[in-house]
Design a protein around this ligand. Structure first.
Ligand SMILES: NC(=O)c1ccc[n+]([C@@H]2O[C@H](COP(=O)([O-])OP(=O)(O)OC[C@H]3O[C@@H](n4cnc5c(N)ncnc54)[C@H](OP(=O)(O)O)[C@@H]3O)[C@@H](O)[C@H]2O)c1
Length: 305
């Protein structure tokens, strides 16, 4: 079968033929309809997260997949061949960007019926992370104001939608190319970060979700008062600097959870929008990987093996 493979750290992934895998006990073989790329895949390929997710080369890229069950391993119950499912694999194992993938049955959830199956792969990391941010860590309530940077990006677009649904006033930053999209997803206010310092528009918010870091993180502390919360996604925040101002700053480490993913899939059936930046065949997946690595995707990059 065809797959996109890491061959070494710092080397662009390549399309390669590898044997079709077989499901072991408790596992299923999925025929992959769509796989979504994430910045984590770029970081893994660069060796930046080796301490958390070490790779044994060669290794198939990707964690997020949607497809249909092709075959069941021994002892699998509760699913049947032909079921449309979603899964997020262990980042150290990857395996999503291939014609077939083997995953533990415990990681599967039913795919939402309301969205095309390939696009549903985009829920597995980005939307599940956004759910964790909004409903588990930020505990967003009606009347609170949440600022999320990058509201047209993969995670940011889902944070906008979930926070809006939770009743928050939602402010986001985006480049001019992403502003209309972020507004369409439900942001009350969109600030073009390339022309405007967001601090001049929103001097005070309750929660900041920061998938950027660096100068964006430092500026974000200025709009959070004592008791405010900064949730960092890209790099661990400077918790001491925040604490000195009475602000809680946390790095959120997304962990796969099938129960959470099932809630996210249900949200997609209830109208959660999966914005697709582009859909490409596996032959073009390395170029799509390069595009994502630029850091300006608008929604999810989907590969169709
Ligand atoms: N900690 C975790 O568990 C976890 C989980 C998921 C993701 N993440 C991390 O979160 C980050 C974002 O992930 P993603 O999937 O959303 O990436 P993505 O789909 O590539 O989106 C990135 C977005 O960031 C925006 N952006 C770039 N520079 C910006 C700036 N200075 N100010 C505001 N927005 C800016 C871009 O918007 P424009 O195109 O408009 O510039 C783009 O839409 C990545 O670093 C990823 O690794 C961490």
């Amino acid at each position: 079968m065809k797959s996109l493979q890491y061959t070494a750290y710092g080397v662009r992934p390549v399309v390669a033929d590898i044997p079709k895998p077989s499901p072991g006990p408790g596992e299923v073989l999925i025929r992959v309809s769509g796989a979504a790329l994430n910045p984590l895949d770029v970081k893994i390929g660069a060796g930046q997260v080796h301490d958390y997710f070490p790779i044994a080369f060669p290794s198939v890229v990707g964690t997020d997949l949607a497809g249909t069950i092709e075959r069941m391993g021994p002892g699998v119950a509760g699913r049947k061949v032909g079921d449309a499912v979603l899964a997020r694999t262990d980042p150290a194992s990857g395996g999503a960007l291939a014609e077939y993938a083997v995953v533990p049955v415990s990681s599967l959830v039913a795919a939402p019926g309301a969205v095309p199956l390939p696009a549903a792969a985009g829920l597995a990391t980005a939307a599940a992370t956004a759910w964790q941010v909004v409903f588990e860590v930020a505990d967003v309530q009606p009347g609170r104001t949440l600022l999320v940077h990058g509201g047209a990006g993969g995670v940011g677009g889902f944070v906008v939608q979930f926070a809006r649904r939770a009743g928050a006033r939602v402010v986001t930053t985006a480049s001019s190319a992403g502003a209309a999209l972020a507004g369409k997803l439900g942001a009350h206010e969109v600030i073009d970060y390339t022309t405007t310092d967001f601090r001049t528009i929103v001097p005070h918010v309750d929660v900041v979700v920061d998938p950027v870091g660096g100068a964006t993180e430092a500026a974000s502390l200025d709009v959070l008062g004592p008791g405010g919360l900064l949730i960092a996604l890209n790099v661990p925040p400077n918790a001491e600097r925040a604490a000195a101002r009475g602000i809680r700053a946390e790095f959120l480490f997304h962990t796969s959870d099938a129960d959470r993913l099932a809630k996210v899939a249900a949200a997609a059936d209830e109208g959660l929008e999966i914005v697709v930046d582009r859909t490409v065949p596996l032959e073009d997946a390395a170029a799509a990987f390069d595009h994502l690595a630029q850091g300006h995707a608008k929604g999810k990059v989907i590969v169709r093996p």
